[in-house]
Design a protein around this ligand. Structure first.
Ligand code: ATP
Ligand code: MG
Length: 285
């Protein structure tokens, strides 16, 4: 894996009521990578994310940024939060301004940028999430999915190095999900590190460079999706295999091996392409 941009070393965290939400958790996020974080409800994904931008501080262990332990001073946290943008699971936890423009402007204004620069960044960010036409709308009148997109714009307008998104697809319709994926692909191509918590195994299998699986606050597995998500312990914990992996296995058992020459389909698109290529070959005399 590339050099880590964020790393947890033996991090433990307990909420004030005594719940142990992270338990000696060690993991790393590679610079410029796409990481999917998986785990059952209550496994600790959101708690992990709140550690990545310093909202929560480990009770034991440490979080490192480019190999250096985080500084929890005012200025250290300010710097960290300008580099690591977090999109919350629930948009109502994130939005607090009256209008869309005000909300998305808040972060870049706090970075001390000029009004003209902020205006430009806000315009670009809202455009990227397909919300430009809602710039002057009151936040409280937006639908759930629109609010989520405004939250993402608020983070993009900060131009961070890492975007951490807590279940970004939940509650979005299929076409908005596709648009959001397109936005994330562009960010990734431009070198941004992207971390997503999701319950969607198929998405994680096809999209991620690496997956992290949490189980009761502990790291169960970390690595390439086709290695981790097909491991029997992980499949048991998550309750299923990714559909493409399951179908590929089923086809192999029935004499159709799509994985010869080391190729392994990870998305519906890969699968259809591999099947198409195979039937073309078979048609040739
Ligand atoms: N503010 C809190 N006070 C006490 N316990 C909490 C608090 N927030 C979370 N927890 C507990 O910490 C554990 C981890 O919760 P967390 O929200 O990180 O899980 P998650 O993996 O994000 O779950 P989900 O998939 O439902 O979003 C759970 O047992 C949860 O009940
Ligand atoms: Mg959560």
């Amino acid at each position: 894996m590339s050099e880590s941009i964020l790393k947890l070393e033996q991090v433990s965290y307990r909420y004030p009521d005594g719940t142990c939400a992270l338990d000696r958790c060690s993991l790393q996020i590679g610079t410029g990578s796409r990481t999917a974080v998986l785990g059952a409800n209550g496994a600790g994904k959101t708690t992990l994310f709140l550690h990545l931008n310093g909202i929560l501080r480990p009770a034991a262990g440490q979080v490192c940024w480019h190999g250096t332990p985080l500084e929890y001073s005012r200025s250290g946290l300010r710097e960290l939060r300008s580099r690591v943008g977090l999109v919350f699971q629930n948009p109502d936890s994130q939005l607090f301004s009256a209008s869309v423009r005000e909300d998305v402007s808040f972060g870049p204004l706090n970075l001390g940028l000029s009004e003209a620069a902020v205006c430009e960044l806000v315009g670009q960010a809202l455009q990227a999430v397909g919300m430009a036409e809602f710039t002057d709308k009151p936040v409280h009148n937006l639908s759930f999915g629109q609010k989520k997109r405004v939250c993402i714009a608020g983070v993009l307008a900060m131009q961070p190095d890492v975007v951490v998104l807590d279940e970004p697809m939940a509650g979005l319709d299929a076409s908005v999900q596709r648009e959001l994926l397109h936005v994330l692909d562009t960010l990734y191509t431009n070198g941004m590190t992207i971390v997503i918590a999701t319950h969607d195994l198929d998405f994680a299998y096809g999209w991620a460079d690496q997956v992290i699986v949490l189980q009761s606050g502990r790291l169960l597995a970390q690595g390439r999706p086709e290695v981790v998500l097909e491991h029997p312990d992980v499949a048991e914990e998550l309750g299923a295999l990714p559909f493409v992996a399951e179908l590929t296995r089923h086809l192999a058992l029935n004499g159709i091996d799509l994985c010869d020459k080391g190729y392994q389909p990870r998305s519906r698109h890969d699968l259809l392409t591999a099947l198409g290529a195979r039937s073309n070959q078979e048609e040739k005399p």
